[in-house]
Design a protein around this ligand. Structure first.
Ligand code: HEM
Length: 137
């Protein structure tokens, strides 16, 4: 698999995952619980595919350095993205577990944090790609 193909697949999967979270949030606000469930599971499946692609990419290719302008902004985005992506995993597991066990009071407490972190990771994932492709020297 070429690096370009892996990059595109990564963008598509993290994009679908982030959009699914946003759509899932809209549906729970509309009290459509089953549709909310569908989109949140969809978001989780695509996030897992993204992680898989990320692991394959880091085995096959060295990390691409960033040498463009706005280096400080880039590093801020990269670090917060990485740290929150790691935190997102246990958050997602706990949020899903509460939901599947029917513990919706607990689910409702942690879920907004999970959703925020998830969206941040997805959006900054796209930004990092944008920096590396278009603002790099
Ligand atoms: C990681 C994935 C998920 C996230 C980020 C998430 C996020 C949320 C959020 C933000 C709320 C609204 C809280 C509020 O407005 O007070 C909510 C409520 C809810 N979620 Fe999820 N959710 C996820 C997965 C699921 C799953 C898999 C199910 C079903 C098995 C589910 C079932 C529900 C239900 C039934 C409510 C409404 C609870 C109530 O109002 O009593 N969620 N979720």
């Amino acid at each position: 698999m070429t690096k370009e193909l892996l990059n595109y697949l990564s963008l598509i999967t993290i994009g679908i995952s982030g959009i699914s979270i946003a759509v899932g949030l809209i549906f729970i606000k509309l009290k459509k619980k089953e549709i909310h469930k569908f989109f949140m599971i969809n978001a989780s499946v695509f996030a897992l595919i993204f992680v898989l692609l990320y692991i394959i990419k880091s085995f096959l290719y060295p990390p691409q350095p960033y040498v463009g302008p706005y280096r400080k902004i880039f590093l801020f985005i990269l670090w917060t993205h990485t740290v929150l992506a790691i935190i997102n995993f246990p958050l997602a597991v706990i949020t899903l577990r509460y939901a599947f066990k029917g513990l919706f009071e607990r689910h409702k407490k942690i879920a907004p944090i999970t959703a925020f972190v998830w969206l941040y990771v997805a959006i900054t994932g796209w930004l990092i790609y944008y920096f590396l492709q278009w603002l790099n020297k």
